[in-house]
Design a protein around this ligand. Structure first.
Ligand SMILES: C[S@@+](CC[C@H](N)C(=O)[O-])C[C@H]1O[C@@H](n2cnc3c(N)ncnc32)[C@H](O)[C@@H]1O
Length: 333
């Protein structure tokens, strides 16, 4: 049996800290639950060594912690020339740093968990919602995974930040795209409902200013395959009234925004929003927790973890997509 060596990216330690290998094993097992895995080190490098067949190398290369997929021949390693094969340049996700930005690998991990547990309905593209989107790290990752994405963010400054970032990266990388701005509903509610949307070929991403408690009004779209969000940690981005308070007001609408068979993945600070409390909150609206977690200590006051919950599959609920008012559009290169 050929052993596959997964080189752990040095960036993964910045995402998962001392728990990096434990988190990496959990991510691998989300896709390949029966695989055997050991941790090996060679000098400063560390590897997960597994019996997953090489024909899964594209999926292996897409795991958040993986820098390279390798095989061994005697004393020598060779790199498997299998790219993760994402859309658009990496810098579209990594190119900007700002306070409160979610670590890009953690975001990728959350999307990977969503995809690992999703019950496909045959529809493409997959559609992702981030109801607390900040300046859009998850949304831009979704584009790279060939999904359409919508984000909601309460901080109106996020729109300009998102626009500035996309403008810079598309210029630097010469990425053809179309920008649209407009309002959901009437444009007399201040910034509430103001959005910016980008189209990259057939894919599109939209960031809307508004409250995560109202995703159905703010998205006006059919239910999503994935809801992926990094919740406020109660440090830099406290949700008004506390994270659990806000979540309990969001839970019903978020559950209805998820299509049957869809998956929600939330990153959260255990000290602010305990896992069991979140499970109860969404369980009351029909979502069921999956048996996976990935706790990692970030600081004295933050132990981050991921929670995966699914909406049981069945006949698909249909919500009518309503037209969006007040749009203007420009093609940019
Ligand atoms: C941890 S940050 C997410 C960062 C984001 N993933 C990124 O990389 O830019 C949590 C976000 O939730 C937003 N937020 C908090 N309460 C909200 C609410 N009620 N509605 C919408 N957004 C909210 C905060 O403003 C903050 O931007």
């Amino acid at each position: 049996m050929q052993r596959v060596w997964l080189l752990v990216s040095p960036l993964a330690r910045g995402a998962y800290f001392d728990a990096v290998h434990d988190v990496a094993v959990r991510e691998l097992h989300a896709y390949f639950p029966d695989s055997k895995v050991t941790i090996e080190t060679r000098g400063p490098l560390s590897f997960l060594v597994t019996d997953v067949p090489l024909d899964a190398s594209r999926q292996l290369a897409r795991l958040s912690f993986v820098q390279a997929v390798m095989t061994e021949k005697g004393e020598r390693f060779s790199i498997v020339d299998q790219l993760a094969d994402f859309n658009l340049p990496e810098s579209l996700v990594t190119g900007t740093k700002y306070a409160g930005k979610t670590n890009e690998l953690l975001t990728q991990f959350a999307i990977n968990l969503g995809l690992a547990f999703l019950e496909p309905d045959g529809q493409t593209p997959l559609r992702l919602l981030d109801p607390m989107a900040g300046r859009g790290t998850t949304l831009l990752w979704a584009l790279r995974y060939d999904m359409d994405a919508v984000g909601i963010e309460i901080d109106k400054r996020a729109l300009a930040g998102f626009q500035q970032h996309v403008k810079k990266q598309t210029k630097l990388q010469r990425i053809k795209h179309r920008q649209t701005t407009g309002f959901i509903g009437k444009s007399n509610r201040g910034d509430d409902g103001r959005y910016i949307q980008y189209e990259f070929g057939d894919r599109q991403v939209r960031l809307v200013i508004g409250d995560a408690r109202e995703p159905r009004r703010l998205t006006q779209q059919r239910p999503f395959h994935l809801i992926i969000s990094d919740l406020p940690y109660g440090v830099a981005h406290s949700a008004v009234g506390g994270v659990m308070d806000t979540l309990s007001q969001c839970a019903g609408q978020w559950a209805r925004c998820l299509r049957k068979g869809g998956i929600m993945v939330l990153a959260f600070n255990q000290y602010q929003s305990p896992r069991e409390a979140i499970i109860d909150c969404f369980g009351a609206h029909g979502l069921v927790a999956k048996d996976i977690s990935a706790p990692h200590r970030m600081s004295e006051s933050i132990v981050r973890d991921l929670l995966v919950m699914g909406r049981p599959a069945g006949p698909t609920e249909s919500l009518e997509a309503r037209p969006v008012g007040g749009a203007s559009s420009t093609v940019l290169r």
